[in-house]
Write a protein that binds this ligand. Structure first.
Ligand code: ADP
Length: 745
């Protein structure tokens, strides 16, 4: 080793991140002649081991680089050229390091070739380059256009996406300013705004319309921000430009769609409003029509029922006249019932039913209805029992009139559809989260098939052979609606031929006896006249219908009260001023001036506050009560009225007391009806029975009347019985007797 070699080796051992070596081939085997100690630091291998076996280092080379290394080494040997390569080697401890190897071959005098080499650790530089590369790729391949300008806004760099968006080649835009590149769509003012922002070191974000090289307009979102160097001064500007034409298009479509949708919603709303208005108008028209119709029907009914009642009480009426009068009365009642049911249904449909929620005496109500229905049950030879074990609160909150209607309908149906046996009414309470009132009406009647049970609560539905001509088919529909309006449920259990149970389940609120507003009506017996020592009151009757004037006059005559009449509101005012009546029965609807206007007028006249004014109205709607009271009426009576409604009102308003007919006459005027048994029909000829049967089956009332007229000559009692059933439309009862006669004889 010469001196220069000596120095080189000393230097080699002191190189910080490098080592040097001398390398050759001996007997075609690679061999290090010398290697400095840096090899230990870089790769963790011992200098001596490497000098012994050169392949130790070769094994540290990254496998993917080995072929390239061997190839380069062979070339250098073959061509005696310099060898230079970046390589990755693994430290004994596992860590990979990048090194740069550089060596030069030289031939010794003895012909041997020796390589002098330097291996330098370039890991940090390599990492840095990799990082730079990664960043460059990220910028280059970024889908957004990235553009860097100098402080004069001249383009220094633009990535591929930028080229794609603008349509320019890099060479075409390099060194150009943004003003030159961005189309004239952007105003100078906008450019100035961007510049001001950037100069102030603030980023600028905006959306603008631009034109590409081909002149096509596109939407672009531009985000510009200043880029600072290490000293903190702005060195360049970074533009990030995104083509947002597609999303703009979608946005525009959405906006149009939204506009269209809003338009459609508006149109649809308008249509619905029109439809609702039309429905409201139709509903109002229906209500007005119903109110008018019911007025027209009730007014004559008032006369029919009133006068037939008056005549029934006349002692000079013969028995056959009484039968006829009863027929008139029953038919009138039947008609009134039908009108009321149709009206109730219409009111429910129009949503006009307002429920009362007063404290009521349930015990009294049930007893009343029971007493009333008792008569009908007895007529058919049926028992009607109120289950004595029933336990229920006597005083509750509710709508008395509607509850009464529910009970009457259910018990009425039970009586109607039962031929033998009886009806039991049960009341009870069920407690769960809240209290319920249960009302059960059980009968031993014809029953209802499972299929029919599904339909009987629908309006106008009548089922089974017994139903024909026995009502309107509205009773259960109304009952069901009322029960539901009260927050309850109506259900039925029934077996054909055995009987039915109707169950009402209502939310229950019990109250104290003290809450009951006792309005004791006057006795149910007929009023015969005034009690002794009563004052005499002057009565003015205002009605445009002569019949109704007459009827009320007759009722007042019974009391001996002086009466004057008026045909309309104007006449009523004149009569009031001239005659100073104590009480005025005021019809609601009249020509010239109606009852409301007349009342308002009278109230303003001297003495007008003291006079009692009672509206007599044929209006269908109880709900109109408020209108009448607000107009200044003291009370109101609905037509057709019962006489005692009138007398009751007089006693309420003027304290009039009466004497009554005793005992009650209700049943006395009823003809004695014998049970219609099949053997009672034996007296009739077969032809007569056939004719009666056919007439009943055709529901031809003239033929029926003729057929039973023939019976009168043969058996007056039987005639009376048949007339009675016909008057009550109880054709099935006669038909049943006829068919069982056929079977028996
Ligand atoms: P309707 O006025 O005809 O009685 P409802 O609505 O009260 O009308 O009753 C509908 C139908 O339900 C009746 O026609 C009848 O067929 C049946 N129905 C109602 N109650 C009873 C019952 N207690 N027993 C047998 N059938 C009944």
């Amino acid at each position: 080793m010469n001196e220069s070699e000596m120095r080189l080796r000393i230097m080699g051992d002191n190189l910080p991140d490098s080592y040097i070596y001398q390398f050759t081939y001996q007997d075609e085997k690679p061999r290090f002649l010398y290697i400095s100690s840096g090899v230990e630091r870089l790769h963790g291998v011992k200098v001596d081991d490497v000098l012994q076996d050169a392949s130790i280092l070769l094994k540290r080379v990254a496998p993917e680089q080995l072929p390239a290394y061997l190839e380069a080494e062979a070339a250098s040997r073959r061509e005696m050229t310099d060898f230079s390569m970046d390589m990755r080697l693994q430290h004994i401890g596992g860590e990979w390091r990048w090194v740069h190897i550089r060596s030069r071959p030289r031939k010794l005098e003895n012909g041997q070739v020796v390589w002098d080499g330097l291996v330098a650790d370039i890991t940090d530089r390599h990492l840095f380059e990799t990082e730079i590369n990664r960043l460059a790729q990220a910028v280059e391949q970024n889908p957004s256009g990235i553009l860097i300008t100098d402080l004069q806004d001249k383009v220094l760099f633009a990535n591929q996406a930028c080229m794609r968006i603008t349509g320019y080649q890099f060479a075409e835009i390099y060194g150009k300013t943004q003003r030159e590149l961005i189309s004239t769509e952007l105003t100078d003012a906008q450019f100035d705004e961007i510049k001001t922002f950037l100069k102030a070191g603030k980023p600028w974000l905006g959306v603008l319309k631009n034109r590409n090289k081909q002149g096509v307009l596109y939407w672009e979102q531009i985000n510009v921000s200043p880029v600072y160097d290490d000293t903190g001064t702005i060195a360049s500007y970074l533009y990030i430009r995104t083509d947002i034409t597609e999303s703009k298009k979608v946005e525009e479509e959405l906006r149009q769609y939204k506009d269209r949708l809003e338009e459609q919603v508006l149109e649809r709303t308008m249509e619905l409003v029109l439809a609702r208005d039309a429905a409201d108008t139709a509903n109002r028209a229906k209500t007005v029509f119903l109110a008018n119709m019911s007025h027209e029907l009730r007014t004559p009914l008032n006369a029919i029922l009133g006068f037939s009642n008056l005549m029934r009480n006349d002692p000079t009426v013969s028995e056959s006249q009484l039968v006829n009068l009863n027929i008139i009365n029953r038919s009138g009642e039947h008609l009134l019932n039908l009108i009321n049911e149709v009206l109730d249904m219409a009111k429910i449909e129009a949503g006009q039913v307002q429920l009362d929620n007063a404290s009521i005496d349930l015990g009294c109500l049930v007893r009343d209805v029971n007493d009333m229905m008792q008569i009908r049950a007895q007529e058919k030879g049926l028992t009607l029992l109120l289950d004595q074990s029933s336990e229920f609160p006597r005083y509750i909150k509710g709508d008395e009139a509607r509850l009464r209607q529910v009970l009457i309908n259910l018990i009425g149906n039970a009586v109607k559809f039962t031929v033998q046996g009886g009806i039991t009414v049960r009341l009870g309470i069920r407690e769960n989260t809240r209290s319920h009132l249960l009302i059960e009406v059980e009968d031993t009647g014809v029953g209802i098939s499972d299929e029919n049970q599904r339909h009987i609560f629908e309006p106008f539905v009548q089922v089974g052979e017994y139903a024909v001509n026995q009502g309107s088919g509205l009773g259960l529909a109304i009952t069901c609606q009322f029960v539901e309006l009260m927050g309850g449920q109506l259900s039925v259990k029934s077996e054909l031929g055995k009987g039915s149970v109707f169950l009402v389940d209502l939310p229950l609120e019990a109250v104290n006896a003290a809450d009951i507003n006792r309005h004791e009506g006057i006795s149910k017996s007929n009023v015969l006249g005034l009690a002794p020592n009563q004052p005499i009151f002057r009565v003015l009757i205002v009605d445009d219908q002569l019949e109704n004037q007459l009827l009320l006059t007759k009722l007042m005559d019974v009391l001996g009260f002086p009466v004057k009449t008026a045909n309309n509101g104007v006449e009523a005012i004149e009569q009031f001023q001239r005659w100073k009546p104590h009480i005025i029965w005021m019809d609601r609807r009249m020509p010239t001036m109606d009852g409301i206007q007349a009342t308002q007028h009278i109230r303003k006249l001297p003495g007008g506050k003291a006079v009692k004014i009672v509206a007599v109205t044929a209006s269908a709607f109880v709900e109109q009560r408020d209108e009448l009271i607000n107009a200044g009426m003291d009370d109101f009576v609905r037509k057709p009225y019962r006489f005692n409604d009138i007398y009751d009102c007089l006693s309420q308003l003027l304290g009039v007391a009466y004497i009554f007919e005793l005992p009650p006459v209700a049943l006395a005027t009823e003809p004695s009806v014998l049970a219609l048994t099949s053997d009672r029909l034996a007296i009739l000829t077969a032809a007569c029975r056939d004719e009666l049967k056919e007439a009943l089956e055709c529901l031809d009332s003239d033929r029926i009347t003729n057929a039973i007229a023939q019976v009168e000559r043969l058996d007056a009692e039987l005639y009376k019985t048949l007339s009675y059933f016909v008057a009550n439309f109880d054709y099935p009862c006669i038909l049943k007797a006829l068919s069982s006669h056929e079977e028996n004889y």
